[in-house]
Design a protein around this ligand. Structure first.
Ligand SMILES: Nc1nc2c(ncn2[C@@H]2O[C@H](COP(=O)(O)OP(=O)(O)OP(=O)(O)O)[C@@H](O)[C@H]2O)c(=O)[nH]1
Ligand SMILES: [Mg+2]
Length: 284
C-alpha cells in the first residue's frame, strides 16, 4: 500500500525496524547504516513518529492514521502530530536502501508517548534490529515487548548491545554479554556487542571498524537480508503478518545446495569419506 516499489510492480524489499529503549542508539545506527544523517541533528532530539526510509529522491511525507498522506518539511518535523501520524516517509539514495527499507522507531518506554504510536507500525515489519544499552542491558520493559513478537520475526532479528565502549573492563563486558545471551536465549538470530560511536568514527580504518564490533554485525546483517529478500520477493505481506497466520508461500526457486556438498559426480572413483562437520557458528 505505502511501498513505492510495490506500487511500481517490483518485488517488495525487506523492512527492518530499529527498536529499543529511549537513547539506546537507534538513530545512530541508522546513520551508520545509511552512511549519512537522514534528519537534521536538532530534529533527532525531539519525539518523532516512526520514520520509514526507502530508496529514492521523492519528497518526504507523513501518513496519517486514517491513511491519508501529506507532504512534510524536514525542517519542521518537530511540528508533526505524533499521535495522528502512522509514520513519516523519507527517501534517500543510500546504498543500503537499495536492498532494504529501514524504519527508525521511537523509544519503547518513552513516558511522553503512547506505545500505540509504534505498536501500530509493527505489522509492517519483517525483522528488527534491537538496540539495548550496554550499561542497563535487556530491561524488563524490553523483554516484555520482545515476548509478544512473533517467532518468525524474532528468528530473523538481531540484538545489538550498544554503547559497549561504556563498559570499560573485560570482566564487565563478558558478564553483560553472558547475561544478555542467557536471558534472550533463542529469541534472536544473532547477538552482537557494538560501539556505534567507534564504528561511525572508523571511516576506512578496518581495525577500528572491526574493533567496534561493526564487522561481525554487518556480516550477519547481510546474511539476514539475503534470507529476508527471498521471503519478501515471495510475499507482499510482511513477516509480522505472515507469522500471525497468513502463511508463507512455497519457494519458487530450487533450493541452493551449499558449496561444500557440491561435488561433480564421478562414477569411476570410490566414494569418499564424509568431510568433517564445520565448526559451529558464533551466532544464535
Ligand atoms: N558512547 C556511546 N554513545 C553512543 C553510542 N551509540 C549512541 N550513542 C549516543 O547516545 C545518544 C542517543 O543516541 P540515539 O541514536 O539518538 O538514540 P535513539 O535510540 O535513537 O534515541 P531515541 O530516538 O531518543 O529513543 C547520542 O548522543 C549518541 O551519540 C555508543 O555506542 N557509544
Ligand atoms: Mg532516535
Amino acid at each position: 500500500m505505502s511501498d513505492p516499489a510495490q506500487q511500481a510492480g517490483g518485488p517488495r524489499k525487506p523492512r527492518i525496524a530499529l527498536m529499543g529503549e529511549f537513547s539506546a542508539g537507534k538513530s545512530t545506527l541508522s546513520n551508520l547504516l545509511l552512511g549519512a544523517r537522514p534528519l537534521p541533528e536538532k530534529v533527532t532530539a525531539t519525539r518523532l513518529s516512526p520514520v520509514w526510509m526507502s530508496y529514492g529522491n521523492q519528497s518526504p511525507y507523513r501518513e496519517d492514521v486514517d491513511g491519508t498522506t501529506e507532504p512534510v518539511s524536514l525542517d519542521r518535523l518537530e511540528g508533526i502530530p505524533v499521535e495522528e501520524t502512522r509514520f513519516i516517509r523519507l527517501f534517500m539514495e543510500a546504498d543500503i536502501l537499495d536492498v532494504i527499507d529501514l524504519i527508525d522507531f521511537p523509544g519503547i518506554s518513552d513516558p511522553n508517548m503512547d506505545s500505540d504510536v509504534w505498536e501500530r507500525v509493527l505489522p509492517e515489519v519483517d525483522a528488527v534490529i534491537w538496540c539495548t544499552h550496554a550499561t542497563q542491558a535487556w530491561r524488563q520493559s524490553e523483554a516484555a515487548v520482545w515476548e509478544n513478537m512473533p517467532d518468525a520475526v524474532r528468528e530473523h532479528s538481531i540484538l545489538l548491545i550498544t554503547r559497549y565502549d561504556k563498559l570499560t573492563t573485560v570482566n564487565d563486558r563478558r558478564r553483560v554479554f553472558k547475561r544478555v545471551r542467557r536471558e534472550t536465549n533463542g529469541q534472536f538470530g544473532g547477538t552482537f556487542p557494538i560501539s556505534l560511536l567507534q564504528a561511525l568514527e572508523a571511516g576506512d580504518d578496518y581495525d577500528k571498524w572491526d574493533g567496534s564490533g561493526a564487522g561481525p554485525f554487518v556480516d550477519h546483517l547481510i546474511e539476514t537480508i539475503q534470507k529476508l529478500a527471498d521471503l519478501a520477493a515471495r510475499s507482499p505481506e510482511p513477516l509480522y503478518n505472515i507469522a500471525n497466520g497468513m502463511g508463507v508461500p512455497e519457494p519458487v526457486v530450487a533450493p541452493v545446495i551449499p558449496r561444500r556438498v557440491q561435488r561433480p559426480l564421478d562414477a569411476d572413483k570410490p566414494k569418499r569419506e564424509r568431510p568433517p562437520a564445520p565448526p559451529e557458528s558464533g551466532t544464535g
